[in-house]
Design a protein around this ligand. Sequence first.
Ligand code: 13P
Ligand code: ZN
Length: 274
Amino acid sequence: MFKNKKEILNAPFVQDMCRATANMYRQGWDERNGGNISYMLDEKDVAEYLDVTKVIREIPTGFDAKALAGKYFIVTGTGKYFKNVEIDPENNLGIVRISADGSKAELLWGYSDGGKFTSEFPAHMMSHIQRLAVDPNHRIVMHSHPTYTIAMNAVCPIDEKDFTHKLWQSNTEAIVVFPDGVGVLPCMVCGTNEIGEATAEKMKNFRLVVWSNHGIYGTGKDMDEAFGLIETVEKTAQIYMLALGHTLNVIPDETLKALADRFSVHPLDGVLSV
Ligand code: 13P
Ligand code: ZN
């Protein structure tokens, strides 16, 4: 009856996951199993490739995900290496649907060695809930460990307005790409519901959230938006760190304001002094 389903490995959403994880690995952001991605899918797109009535197994979510009941996600597996996703998508990725009561993820494809979704599933799902509330086109939550962004946490106060300002001052692209700024959390224990709740709280206002001494979250309507946000923060953090201790010139607030005006973006309130 489902003989005519298309080959799942050719699905654009599987290919997107393979490309994004490979690019992130090659950027040097995602060592070993570092980083994770979740991508919300439409049922009609999944149903072109899979029999959505066929649940392989159920995996407890570990938190109340009822707000996402019936929603479909393709998610990287816990302990899986980004460099390996493109080689073996079916083992390193999984497609799940959140159960009606929000307590389980129904596995429809993937995690073929018996694995499960990322340990940061709570942070991802809670972030999806918040970002969808702000932007109905939201689809992607991407977590990564980019080097210079983490290095900035060692030399900057844990203060999101100060962190945002330092980035904006270092590279004219920064205020244009993320005028809404970067949320910053202190160093917390990862893989917990607590860090998930704290991240989601920041996601009410930010598309980007830094986990101090750990990494960053980027979100967006597609892979390019989430990747592009993280990429621009990391490039800017690299400039900041390369110049640290030698800095003679930063972009003045007047110029930052003029850049925001020129590109018709509203800078996060309370950062610029003009
Ligand atoms: P997972 O292997 O569980 O995805 O964890 C990687 C990570 O980045 C933890 O924050
Ligand atoms: Zn991490």
